[in-house]
Design a protein around this ligand. Sequence first.
Ligand SMILES: [Zn+2]
Length: 388
Amino acid sequence: MNTKDLISIDMIKRLVSFDTTSRNSNLLLIEYIRDYLADLNIDSHLSFDDEGKKANLYATCGPQDRPGILMSGHTDCVPVDGQDWKTDPFTVHEQDDCLYGRGTTDMKSFIAITLATLPPMLEHGLKIPIHLAFSYDEEIGCVGVHRLIEQLDSMPTKPKLCFVGEPTSLQVVTGHKGKYSVRCHVHGLECHSALTHQGVNAVEIAAELVTLLRKIGQRLREQGPFDEAFEPPFTTVHTGLIQGGTALNIIPKSCWFEYEIRNLPDHDVTLLLAEIRDYAEQHLLPDMRKVSDQAGFSWETLPSYPGMTVDEDSEVANTAKGLCGNPSSAKVSFGTEGGLFQVAGIPTVVCGPGNISQAHKPNEFISLDQVARGEAFASRLMAQVCDA
Ligand SMILES: [Zn+2]
């Protein structure tokens, strides 16, 4: 395939050249997009993080007085540290009909295609607006987009549909799992390890809770609820980090561990979260308090996001299937910002160019065929939202 037939290649190269690894500022990229839009007479609304080092960008192209179609993408990407890259990850390298670089698939090509298609859309005249929502800190748990969604309330209109352009090979995704992440601190009482009866061993208490989490995970695996469209078809529970204690001859006074629940979108996790806390408070705490009235637990919610689910025959799903040129739909286990837009009352599906199996890896790439399909999606969209 010849890149000369594609209008978004230069924009893909430009966006990839900004190292927007989540720990970095994304402001240079956001300012670049803001200036690009300003040249097209489109105003951008930025919402910043607490330090002012990162921003979301929201813009409406076309008429401002009616609801339009929201194109949602994240501007950050995952780190390249420790990965074996054969070329510079932030310089797009073209080889064998593929573009290599960090973010080519996840998900700067979608943003680039959306931006590159705006000039012809504006030329034809938009009757239905295109809203742009480009966020920061998606890769660390959909953290940044909350501020953009809050900002939507002050906009004259709310989008009527949302497409999240995460890589799905342009197949419409109508559901994904949610993720709830928690850090639990166990507060015990330190003493000489020969005097176990005088201390509260925080590591052992934590171990009891980790065991409970494992049992809950096994129960969900055996008893469901199930949705066979997901892999695996049940809600999962796992403990990923644990740390505690200072020396073998000291009863540990403190231990923390982090766990997550990845739930089917229709599976309410509040009961699971309560089950874990209730066990701690009702079964473990009384014995801890007999030794120390300072002993106990504290719970910290880490970045989390809800699952997403829409009806396969909903307007948003059918519109997206038409634009993708693919009548099938799927559900995926990886999370996106889609659940948050849905909670905000905007019907949402996920569909974007590139294959998720190429994301987050060294030598990430997108095929030119996927870029071409992405541009075909955009030109079908243009036919729907433009006057002529
Ligand atoms: Zn992504």
